[in-house]
Design a binder for this molecule. Structure first.
Ligand SMILES: Cc1cc2nc3c(=O)[nH]c(=O)nc-3n(C[C@H](O)[C@H](O)[C@H](O)COP(=O)(O)OP(=O)(O)OC[C@H]3O[C@@H](n4cnc5c(N)ncnc54)[C@H](O)[C@@H]3O)c2cc1C
Length: 337
Protein backbone atom coordinates (compact mmCIF):
# COMPACT_ATOMS: atom_id res chain seq x y z
CA UNK A 1 0.00 0.00 0.00
CA UNK A 2 1.28 3.43 -0.82
CA UNK A 3 -0.23 6.85 -0.54
CA UNK A 4 -0.77 6.99 -4.28
CA UNK A 5 -2.82 3.80 -4.17
CA UNK A 6 -5.09 5.26 -1.51
CA UNK A 7 -7.11 7.73 -3.51
CA UNK A 8 -9.74 8.39 -0.88
CA UNK A 9 -12.79 10.64 -1.25
CA UNK A 10 -13.87 10.76 2.38
CA UNK A 11 -11.41 10.31 5.21
CA UNK A 12 -13.02 9.58 8.56
CA UNK A 13 -10.72 10.18 11.51
CA UNK A 14 -11.66 7.83 14.34
CA UNK A 15 -13.60 4.57 14.19
CA UNK A 16 -15.82 5.18 17.19
CA UNK A 17 -19.60 5.07 16.93
CA UNK A 18 -19.69 8.55 15.45
CA UNK A 19 -16.96 7.81 12.90
CA UNK A 20 -18.54 4.52 11.82
CA UNK A 21 -21.99 6.09 11.50
CA UNK A 22 -20.57 9.04 9.57
CA UNK A 23 -18.63 6.71 7.26
CA UNK A 24 -21.72 4.63 6.53
CA UNK A 25 -23.77 7.76 5.89
CA UNK A 26 -21.09 9.07 3.53
CA UNK A 27 -20.59 5.87 1.55
CA UNK A 28 -22.03 5.67 -1.94
CA UNK A 29 -21.39 3.29 -4.82
CA UNK A 30 -19.16 5.89 -6.41
CA UNK A 31 -16.90 7.05 -3.59
CA UNK A 32 -14.12 5.60 -1.48
CA UNK A 33 -14.47 6.07 2.25
CA UNK A 34 -11.67 5.25 4.66
CA UNK A 35 -11.81 5.06 8.45
CA UNK A 36 -8.54 5.60 10.32
CA UNK A 37 -8.59 4.12 13.82
CA UNK A 38 -5.69 3.73 16.29
CA UNK A 39 -7.03 0.69 18.13
CA UNK A 40 -7.65 -2.81 16.84
CA UNK A 41 -11.43 -2.59 16.87
CA UNK A 42 -14.21 -0.29 15.76
CA UNK A 43 -16.63 1.33 18.20
CA UNK A 44 -14.35 3.54 20.31
CA UNK A 45 -15.85 4.28 23.70
CA UNK A 46 -18.89 2.24 22.74
CA UNK A 47 -16.84 -0.97 22.52
CA UNK A 48 -13.17 -0.69 23.48
CA UNK A 49 -14.02 1.98 26.05
CA UNK A 50 -16.43 -0.31 27.86
CA UNK A 51 -19.46 1.94 27.52
CA UNK A 52 -21.90 -0.93 27.24
CA UNK A 53 -25.17 0.95 27.04
CA UNK A 54 -26.93 3.37 24.74
CA UNK A 55 -28.40 6.41 26.41
CA UNK A 56 -31.18 8.36 24.75
CA UNK A 57 -34.02 6.80 22.84
CA UNK A 58 -32.31 4.04 20.89
CA UNK A 59 -35.35 3.68 18.60
CA UNK A 60 -35.12 7.21 17.29
CA UNK A 61 -31.65 7.74 15.92
CA UNK A 62 -31.43 6.74 12.26
CA UNK A 63 -31.67 3.72 9.95
CA UNK A 64 -28.02 2.77 10.23
CA UNK A 65 -28.13 2.81 13.99
CA UNK A 66 -31.39 0.82 13.85
CA UNK A 67 -29.53 -1.83 11.83
CA UNK A 68 -26.98 -2.18 14.62
CA UNK A 69 -29.68 -2.37 17.28
CA UNK A 70 -31.61 -4.97 15.28
CA UNK A 71 -28.56 -7.19 14.88
CA UNK A 72 -27.96 -7.12 18.63
CA UNK A 73 -31.64 -7.52 19.41
CA UNK A 74 -32.05 -10.54 17.13
CA UNK A 75 -29.72 -12.51 19.39
CA UNK A 76 -30.76 -11.11 22.76
CA UNK A 77 -27.53 -9.13 23.01
CA UNK A 78 -29.17 -5.88 24.04
CA UNK A 79 -31.73 -5.18 26.75
CA UNK A 80 -35.30 -4.86 25.51
CA UNK A 81 -36.36 -1.38 24.49
CA UNK A 82 -38.00 0.63 27.24
CA UNK A 83 -38.52 4.35 26.57
CA UNK A 84 -38.65 4.98 30.32
CA UNK A 85 -35.15 3.70 30.89
CA UNK A 86 -32.33 6.18 30.45
CA UNK A 87 -29.86 3.54 29.25
CA UNK A 88 -30.06 0.35 27.16
CA UNK A 89 -27.22 -2.08 28.02
CA UNK A 90 -25.71 -4.23 25.28
CA UNK A 91 -22.91 -6.76 24.84
CA UNK A 92 -19.67 -4.97 24.02
CA UNK A 93 -17.93 -7.63 21.97
CA UNK A 94 -20.93 -8.41 19.81
CA UNK A 95 -21.52 -4.74 19.25
CA UNK A 96 -17.94 -4.39 18.03
CA UNK A 97 -18.39 -7.34 15.71
CA UNK A 98 -21.69 -6.20 14.19
CA UNK A 99 -20.38 -2.67 13.73
CA UNK A 100 -17.34 -4.04 11.93
CA UNK A 101 -19.50 -6.19 9.68
CA UNK A 102 -21.80 -3.30 8.83
CA UNK A 103 -18.84 -1.14 7.87
CA UNK A 104 -17.12 -3.82 5.80
CA UNK A 105 -20.35 -4.91 4.08
CA UNK A 106 -20.79 -1.40 2.75
CA UNK A 107 -17.38 -1.40 1.14
CA UNK A 108 -15.83 1.06 3.55
CA UNK A 109 -12.10 0.67 3.93
CA UNK A 110 -10.60 0.54 7.41
CA UNK A 111 -7.10 1.27 8.63
CA UNK A 112 -6.73 -0.10 12.15
CA UNK A 113 -3.63 0.45 14.28
CA UNK A 114 -3.34 3.80 12.52
CA UNK A 115 -3.70 7.35 13.67
CA UNK A 116 -3.72 10.84 12.27
CA UNK A 117 -0.44 12.50 13.09
CA UNK A 118 -0.72 15.76 11.27
CA UNK A 119 -2.76 17.81 8.85
CA UNK A 120 -2.09 20.79 6.66
CA UNK A 121 -4.30 23.62 5.59
CA UNK A 122 -3.93 26.40 3.11
CA UNK A 123 -5.84 29.64 3.57
CA UNK A 124 -8.31 28.03 5.95
CA UNK A 125 -8.82 24.87 3.92
CA UNK A 126 -7.58 21.42 4.91
CA UNK A 127 -5.38 20.14 2.11
CA UNK A 128 -3.76 16.98 3.45
CA UNK A 129 -3.83 14.57 6.38
CA UNK A 130 -0.84 12.51 7.53
CA UNK A 131 -1.55 9.07 8.97
CA UNK A 132 0.85 6.69 10.74
CA UNK A 133 -0.02 3.09 9.91
CA UNK A 134 1.71 -0.18 10.73
CA UNK A 135 4.88 0.07 8.68
CA UNK A 136 4.54 3.40 6.92
CA UNK A 137 3.34 6.95 7.08
CA UNK A 138 0.75 7.94 4.49
CA UNK A 139 -0.45 11.27 3.26
CA UNK A 140 -4.04 11.66 2.08
CA UNK A 141 -5.65 14.41 0.07
CA UNK A 142 -9.32 13.52 0.44
CA UNK A 143 -12.21 15.64 -0.77
CA UNK A 144 -13.84 15.53 2.64
CA UNK A 145 -12.42 14.98 6.11
CA UNK A 146 -14.68 14.04 9.00
CA UNK A 147 -12.93 14.33 12.33
CA UNK A 148 -14.72 11.97 14.70
CA UNK A 149 -11.69 11.48 16.94
CA UNK A 150 -13.35 13.24 19.83
CA UNK A 151 -10.12 15.20 20.08
CA UNK A 152 -10.48 17.52 17.12
CA UNK A 153 -7.08 16.40 16.01
CA UNK A 154 -7.41 17.82 12.50
CA UNK A 155 -8.61 21.31 13.48
CA UNK A 156 -5.87 21.48 16.09
CA UNK A 157 -3.15 20.42 13.70
CA UNK A 158 -4.11 22.91 11.02
CA UNK A 159 -4.46 25.72 13.53
CA UNK A 160 -8.18 26.38 13.34
CA UNK A 161 -9.59 28.19 16.38
CA UNK A 162 -10.17 25.80 19.25
CA UNK A 163 -11.49 26.08 22.78
CA UNK A 164 -10.13 24.16 25.75
CA UNK A 165 -12.00 24.76 28.95
CA UNK A 166 -9.78 22.62 31.20
CA UNK A 167 -10.41 20.38 34.20
CA UNK A 168 -13.79 20.67 35.91
CA UNK A 169 -15.25 22.54 32.95
CA UNK A 170 -15.56 19.13 31.30
CA UNK A 171 -17.73 16.32 32.45
CA UNK A 172 -15.80 14.22 34.94
CA UNK A 173 -14.06 11.26 33.34
CA UNK A 174 -15.12 7.72 34.12
CA UNK A 175 -13.58 4.30 34.39
CA UNK A 176 -15.51 1.22 33.39
CA UNK A 177 -14.64 -2.21 34.68
CA UNK A 178 -16.41 -5.53 34.91
CA UNK A 179 -16.62 -8.02 37.74
CA UNK A 180 -17.64 -11.66 37.40
CA UNK A 181 -19.28 -13.88 39.95
CA UNK A 182 -16.75 -16.61 40.78
CA UNK A 183 -19.32 -18.30 43.06
CA UNK A 184 -16.54 -18.68 45.61
CA UNK A 185 -15.71 -16.38 48.53
CA UNK A 186 -12.96 -13.97 47.56
CA UNK A 187 -10.23 -12.56 49.79
CA UNK A 188 -10.56 -8.76 49.56
CA UNK A 189 -7.32 -6.83 49.12
CA UNK A 190 -6.86 -3.12 49.72
CA UNK A 191 -3.43 -2.18 48.34
CA UNK A 192 -1.57 0.71 50.02
CA UNK A 193 -2.45 4.09 48.56
CA UNK A 194 -5.91 3.03 47.43
CA UNK A 195 -8.88 4.90 48.86
CA UNK A 196 -11.64 3.49 50.97
CA UNK A 197 -14.94 4.89 52.15
CA UNK A 198 -17.20 4.33 55.10
CA UNK A 199 -20.55 4.56 53.31
CA UNK A 200 -22.09 4.56 49.82
CA UNK A 201 -22.65 8.30 49.74
CA UNK A 202 -18.96 9.08 50.12
CA UNK A 203 -17.76 7.31 46.99
CA UNK A 204 -17.55 9.11 43.64
CA UNK A 205 -20.63 8.65 41.53
CA UNK A 206 -20.78 4.95 40.76
CA UNK A 207 -23.30 2.86 38.87
CA UNK A 208 -23.51 -0.91 38.73
CA UNK A 209 -25.34 -2.92 36.11
CA UNK A 210 -25.95 -6.57 36.95
CA UNK A 211 -26.20 -8.80 33.85
CA UNK A 212 -28.06 -12.13 34.09
CA UNK A 213 -24.83 -13.92 33.13
CA UNK A 214 -23.21 -12.93 36.44
CA UNK A 215 -21.27 -10.05 34.95
CA UNK A 216 -21.41 -6.74 36.77
CA UNK A 217 -20.43 -3.65 34.88
CA UNK A 218 -19.18 -0.82 37.09
CA UNK A 219 -18.93 2.79 36.01
CA UNK A 220 -16.99 5.04 38.36
CA UNK A 221 -16.34 8.74 38.03
CA UNK A 222 -12.77 10.04 38.04
CA UNK A 223 -13.04 13.65 39.02
CA UNK A 224 -10.81 16.69 38.69
CA UNK A 225 -8.60 15.90 35.72
CA UNK A 226 -8.35 17.40 32.25
CA UNK A 227 -8.97 14.83 29.50
CA UNK A 228 -7.55 17.17 26.87
CA UNK A 229 -4.20 17.56 28.65
CA UNK A 230 -1.75 14.69 28.22
CA UNK A 231 -0.12 14.91 31.66
CA UNK A 232 -3.41 15.36 33.48
CA UNK A 233 -4.94 12.47 31.54
CA UNK A 234 -2.01 10.25 32.47
CA UNK A 235 -2.34 11.18 36.14
CA UNK A 236 -6.04 10.38 35.88
CA UNK A 237 -5.21 6.88 34.62
CA UNK A 238 -2.97 6.20 37.63
CA UNK A 239 -5.45 7.73 40.05
CA UNK A 240 -8.33 5.77 38.48
CA UNK A 241 -6.61 2.39 38.88
CA UNK A 242 -6.10 3.11 42.59
CA UNK A 243 -9.66 4.27 42.99
CA UNK A 244 -10.88 1.15 41.19
CA UNK A 245 -8.96 -1.15 43.55
CA UNK A 246 -10.42 0.73 46.51
CA UNK A 247 -13.88 0.46 45.05
CA UNK A 248 -13.58 -3.29 44.42
CA UNK A 249 -12.50 -3.73 48.04
CA UNK A 250 -15.49 -1.67 49.13
CA UNK A 251 -17.91 -3.70 46.99
CA UNK A 252 -16.50 -6.97 48.29
CA UNK A 253 -16.45 -5.98 51.97
CA UNK A 254 -19.25 -3.47 52.34
CA UNK A 255 -21.39 -3.81 49.24
CA UNK A 256 -23.18 -1.07 47.40
CA UNK A 257 -26.84 -0.14 47.70
CA UNK A 258 -27.44 -3.18 49.86
CA UNK A 259 -25.69 -5.78 47.71
CA UNK A 260 -22.33 -7.22 48.75
CA UNK A 261 -20.15 -8.63 45.97
CA UNK A 262 -18.03 -10.95 48.09
CA UNK A 263 -17.83 -13.65 45.41
CA UNK A 264 -16.99 -11.27 42.54
CA UNK A 265 -13.58 -10.84 40.91
CA UNK A 266 -12.20 -8.26 38.53
CA UNK A 267 -12.63 -9.40 34.92
CA UNK A 268 -11.59 -6.52 32.71
CA UNK A 269 -10.84 -2.83 32.75
CA UNK A 270 -11.69 -0.48 29.93
CA UNK A 271 -9.77 2.45 28.70
CA UNK A 272 -10.91 5.41 30.71
CA UNK A 273 -11.56 8.44 28.61
CA UNK A 274 -13.37 11.67 29.27
CA UNK A 275 -16.77 12.48 27.95
CA UNK A 276 -17.64 15.41 25.74
CA UNK A 277 -17.48 18.48 27.95
CA UNK A 278 -20.41 20.75 28.47
CA UNK A 279 -20.02 24.46 28.27
CA UNK A 280 -22.11 25.49 31.24
CA UNK A 281 -22.86 22.77 33.77
CA UNK A 282 -26.04 23.63 35.60
CA UNK A 283 -24.70 22.38 38.90
CA UNK A 284 -21.27 22.45 40.41
CA UNK A 285 -21.29 19.07 42.12
CA UNK A 286 -18.55 17.23 40.22
CA UNK A 287 -20.10 13.84 41.02
CA UNK A 288 -23.44 14.77 39.60
CA UNK A 289 -23.76 13.61 36.01
CA UNK A 290 -27.19 15.19 35.79
CA UNK A 291 -25.46 18.51 35.32
CA UNK A 292 -25.44 17.52 31.64
CA UNK A 293 -29.18 17.82 31.22
CA UNK A 294 -30.14 20.41 28.70
CA UNK A 295 -26.68 21.90 28.69
CA UNK A 296 -24.97 23.11 25.58
CA UNK A 297 -22.67 20.47 24.27
CA UNK A 298 -19.28 21.45 23.07
CA UNK A 299 -16.31 19.74 21.59
CA UNK A 300 -12.99 20.04 23.32
CA UNK A 301 -11.94 22.27 20.54
CA UNK A 302 -14.01 23.24 17.55
CA UNK A 303 -16.18 21.93 14.78
CA UNK A 304 -14.73 18.68 13.41
CA UNK A 305 -16.66 18.65 10.15
CA UNK A 306 -15.09 20.15 7.09
CA UNK A 307 -17.06 21.31 4.10
CA UNK A 308 -15.71 21.76 0.63
CA UNK A 309 -14.71 25.14 -0.69
CA UNK A 310 -14.95 26.60 -4.16
CA UNK A 311 -11.46 25.40 -5.01
CA UNK A 312 -12.20 21.87 -3.85
CA UNK A 313 -10.31 22.37 -0.60
CA UNK A 314 -11.76 21.54 2.77
CA UNK A 315 -12.86 23.85 5.53
CA UNK A 316 -15.02 23.84 8.65
CA UNK A 317 -18.42 25.23 7.66
CA UNK A 318 -19.23 26.82 11.01
CA UNK A 319 -16.23 27.82 13.07
CA UNK A 320 -18.32 29.11 15.94
CA UNK A 321 -20.58 26.09 16.21
CA UNK A 322 -19.31 23.73 18.87
CA UNK A 323 -20.88 20.50 17.63
CA UNK A 324 -20.69 18.54 14.42
CA UNK A 325 -22.33 15.62 12.73
CA UNK A 326 -19.57 13.32 13.86
CA UNK A 327 -20.88 13.74 17.36
CA UNK A 328 -24.53 13.08 16.67
CA UNK A 329 -24.54 9.94 18.74
CA UNK A 330 -22.72 11.68 21.54
CA UNK A 331 -25.18 14.51 21.37
CA UNK A 332 -28.14 12.19 21.41
CA UNK A 333 -26.67 10.37 24.37
CA UNK A 334 -25.85 13.38 26.43
CA UNK A 335 -28.92 15.44 25.67
CA UNK A 336 -31.12 12.66 26.91
CA UNK A 337 -29.33 11.98 30.18
C1 LIG B 1 -16.90 6.75 30.59
C2 LIG B 1 -18.01 7.07 29.65
C3 LIG B 1 -19.27 6.68 29.94
C4 LIG B 1 -20.29 6.91 29.04
N1 LIG B 1 -21.53 6.41 29.28
C5 LIG B 1 -22.43 6.40 28.30
C6 LIG B 1 -23.60 5.64 28.39
O1 LIG B 1 -23.84 4.98 29.38
N2 LIG B 1 -24.46 5.67 27.34
C7 LIG B 1 -24.21 6.41 26.22
O2 LIG B 1 -25.02 6.39 25.30
N3 LIG B 1 -23.12 7.15 26.12
C8 LIG B 1 -22.22 7.13 27.11
N4 LIG B 1 -21.07 7.83 26.99
C9 LIG B 1 -20.89 8.62 25.79
C10 LIG B 1 -20.61 7.74 24.58
O3 LIG B 1 -19.81 6.63 24.93
C11 LIG B 1 -19.88 8.59 23.62
O4 LIG B 1 -20.64 9.75 23.40
C12 LIG B 1 -19.66 7.92 22.29
O5 LIG B 1 -19.17 6.61 22.45
C13 LIG B 1 -18.69 8.78 21.55
O6 LIG B 1 -18.47 8.22 20.30
P1 LIG B 1 -17.46 8.92 19.33
O7 LIG B 1 -17.35 8.04 18.15
O8 LIG B 1 -17.85 10.34 19.16
O9 LIG B 1 -16.08 8.99 20.11
P2 LIG B 1 -15.09 7.81 20.57
O10 LIG B 1 -15.83 6.59 20.93
O11 LIG B 1 -14.19 8.43 21.57
O12 LIG B 1 -14.28 7.50 19.24
C14 LIG B 1 -13.23 8.31 18.82
C15 LIG B 1 -12.29 7.42 18.09
O13 LIG B 1 -11.27 8.22 17.55
C16 LIG B 1 -10.08 7.53 17.66
N5 LIG B 1 -8.97 8.48 17.61
C17 LIG B 1 -8.43 9.22 18.58
N6 LIG B 1 -7.38 9.91 18.15
C18 LIG B 1 -7.24 9.59 16.84
C19 LIG B 1 -6.30 9.98 15.85
N7 LIG B 1 -5.29 10.82 16.08
N8 LIG B 1 -6.44 9.45 14.61
C20 LIG B 1 -7.45 8.60 14.34
N9 LIG B 1 -8.35 8.21 15.25
C21 LIG B 1 -8.24 8.71 16.49
C22 LIG B 1 -10.17 6.81 18.98
O14 LIG B 1 -9.30 5.67 19.03
C23 LIG B 1 -11.63 6.38 18.99
O15 LIG B 1 -11.86 5.09 18.52
C24 LIG B 1 -20.04 7.61 27.87
C25 LIG B 1 -18.73 8.04 27.58
C26 LIG B 1 -17.73 7.75 28.46
C27 LIG B 1 -16.33 8.16 28.13
Amino acid sequence: MSSSSMDIDVLVVGGGMAGCMAAMAAKTDENRVLIVEPSNVLGGQGTAGGVAGFCADSMRVNDIFADLINRLDAHGLIEPYNPLHDRRPYDLEWCAFFLQEMVVERGIEVLLHSRVLDAQANAGWVTSVTVATAGEVLEFNPRVVIDASGLCIVPMKVGFPVAHDGANAQLPMSLYFTLWDSHNPVKPVLPPGCPTWSNDDEIPMTTLHHFPSGKVEVKMKVVGFDAADGMSLSQAEIFARRQMMGLIYYLQTHGYRGRKLDTYVLASVSRRIGEIPVKKPKRRNPYDATNRSGSIIRQYHSNPIHGRGPGGQLRPPRHSDGTGAGDLLSMAAILAV
